[in-house]
Design a protein around this ligand. Sequence first.
Ligand SMILES: Nc1nc2c(c(=O)[nH]1)N[C@H]1C(S)=C(S)[C@@H](COP(=O)(O)O)O[C@H]1N2
Ligand SMILES: [Mo]
Length: 322
Amino acid sequence: MLIRRPPPMAASEITPEGVYRRRRELLRLLGMGSLGLLAGCGSADSGATPAAADAAPKAALGPFDTDEARTSFEQASTYNNYYEFGTDKSDPAKNAKNFKPRPWTVEVSGLAERTGTFDLDDLVKPALVEERVYRMRCVEAWSMVIPWMGVPLATVIKALQPSSAARYVAFETLHDPQRMPGQRQAVLDWPYREGLRLDEALNPLPLLVTGMYGRELPNANGAPLRLVVPWKYGFKGIKAIVAIRFLESEPLTTWKSLAPDEYGFYANVNPEVDHPRWSQASERRLAEGRSLFNARIPTLPFNGYAEQVAHLYQGMDPKTLY
Ligand SMILES: Nc1nc2c(c(=O)[nH]1)N[C@H]1C(S)=C(S)[C@@H](COP(=O)(O)O)O[C@H]1N2
Ligand SMILES: [Mo]
């Protein structure tokens, strides 16, 4: 995570949020079964223009959804970290445009009852997809509010039946320099790797994501399958997942192995533990009506999810949680 001055955002402040809402309403009117599930989990209209928001029917927010102003689809899909497609924020949207995210399989291995190669739809069942509106806080101190669509990681893991010896779950991104041009350079030790402690992974918050804003997941955001762990820094949210492994000991993760004094395995958002090169006390929120140049807002412990997850770390030194 090299530190760069953020590029100008002017054009992308104009958002297609209205388009997103209209599509949802249309699907609702058509009574589409799968959307019933999605809509039931809430899609508040808080990020919309005021006039449209008043006119639109309001679905209740789910228990984990934030009602903060949302980042627009345009912003969230064009300002990305995805080094497999380049290191500039604008690279992934351009360089991943022709990436083919289907067909897609995921290899499950290690300490579990059900292992093997799964077709994506068999592992992350479309019928179980729900919407979650989460804050996303990058370790670089910018943040977004994104309506993700996916299946709770806990649901998927339980179906795989990890054995009692399994204490960690590890994830790996596709390694294919033909399809991911950024991998032709040794920027990272490819493939990108991430992981969670199993009890973290079984918490209700982490989501295996296949969509956002009521649409298929854009390639730049990690199509067809990425992880979202809202109380941790964004780099834990590994994209284009092709492998899931159940392990007894902590797996090596990409950013920790590259710079262990700067990035940890836990990477829990913590305003009191600064990055060695910058403060983590506040963040620049990229959302409706805000740009990266707006005044900073305070960063919350566990990114505002302390109530749901703080108990997982009782007795641990907050410094090691970074
Ligand atoms: N495979 C892979 N996953 C990745 C990254 C990456 O470079 N490669 N970047 C991470 C970082 S640093 C962040 S902040 C988020 C960004 O997700 P977004 O582009 O959808 O906002 O993806 C994470 N997942
Ligand atoms: Mo990040």
